[in-house]
Design a protein around this ligand. Sequence first.
Ligand code: MN
Length: 131
Amino acid sequence: MNASGSVKTRHRILYVEDNPANRKLVQHLLQRRADLELITANTGEQGLQIARDIKPNLVLMDLQLPGMSGYEVLAALQQDDGLKHVVAIALSANAMPSDIERGLAAGFRHYLTKPIRINELLEALDAVLDG
Ligand code: MN
């Protein structure tokens, strides 16, 4: 909060997730955070379009999506001049060490595994947004 009582910096987080329960959980989790604005997308295609429209500060990305995968969305972001520096965090049920290695190699800053752990997610968001 600044002197006038309004929120100084509001970070925009785009969450791309086809599972409504996960979208709801993250929405619920972040609604207490006045410094964060959460926008959700149900598909990779929609997520990419929204990213181009709103230029989020951070993208939280499910990897298994019905059309474009999270990897394909990340690759498209990396090829977009306006979005190639956006930080992306993977959030996936694929939790083998090789899955995590692949995600980090593709360019995800963090790779979080499902089920979503609240503290781990908040720590990753804060680490990215503070840095
Ligand atoms: Mn999914």
